[in-house]
Ligand binder design. Structure first.
Ligand SMILES: Nc1c(NC[C@H](O)[C@H](O)[C@H](O)CO)[nH]c(=O)[nH]c1=O
Ligand SMILES: CC(=O)[C@@H](O)COP(=O)(O)O
Length: 205
């Protein structure tokens, strides 16, 4: 008997492929605006995931016109771009989508950790739900098993965004009250105009 030196990647992949989460069939995102920020790293896989996200949003009745999509170079750029979008006050939830694949160095470990924490921080600090749509895989086979066919994680990420957007609206007492609260916190276009006026007097720039 010889103990394997490497983890059994095929079993790990299977476990991931079997996992699932349930969603309410009646999730109604028809009044929700969703932002997708995607990376250009690992473009083909990320495009598959984004297609999955759009499928999930469609199933939740989100209108195509209510989906804003933009791209950044790599996963490390996602949190800051998400913060800019959240502070604009133009979307009800954001999905950060990317694929990190283990290479030869510690790059993967540092970026994976920073990105997950960064995306969490944006949600917590802005109240805009930010979905962690970033696969962190040891190889391309693991990516394919999670971004294609019947196991495209993007579909679940789209539905997660709608569920969290609805939860936020409910927690804030409805859309009108939410807009007023965000304005108080200094978010959104209306608040920007007031901030401009305040800045005129500050004289720092
Ligand atoms: N190796 C991967 C990266 N690396 C790039 C970084 O995310 C970042 O763009 C760079 O360090 C500049 O700040 N990004 C991915 O999305 N996926 C990878 O596998
Ligand atoms: C962008 C880097 O630092 C790069 O050298 C990382 O290499 P690897 O993906 O092989 O760990």
């Amino acid at each position: 008997f010889q103990a394997p030196l490497q983890p059994d990647v095929s079993r790990v992949a299977l476990k991931g492929a079997e996992s699932e989460v349930s969603f309410d069939n009646d999730l109604d995102g028809s009044d929700m605006k969703i932002g997708i920020i995607r990376t250009r790293w690992n473009d083909e896989h990320v495009t598959n995931l984004v297609n999955g996200i759009k499928e999930g949003l469609k199933e939740c009745k989100v209108a195509e016109a209510s989906v804003f999509e933009t791209s950044v170079p790599g996963a490390f750029e996602l949190p800051l771009a998400a913060r800019f979008l959240a502070l604009s006050g133009t979307v009800d939830a954001i999905i950060c989508c990317g694929v990190l694949i283990k290479g030869e160095t510690m790059h993967f470990e540092y970026i994976s950790d920073a990105v997950a924490k960064g995306i969490m921080n944006v949600g917590m600090s802005t109240t805009t739900p930010c979905v962690l749509g970033v696969l962190t895989c040891m190889n391309e086979d693991q990516v394919k098993a999670r971004s294609s066919g019947n196991n495209n994680h993007g579909v679940d990420w789209g539905k997660t965004a709608v569920e969290m957007a609805l939860l936020r609206t409910e927690a804030m007492g409805g859309k009108a009250s939410q807009a007023a609260k965000l304005k108080e916190l200094g978010f959104g276009a209306a608040a920007e105009k007031e901030n401009e006026k305040k800045k005129e007097g500050a004289g720092f720039f």
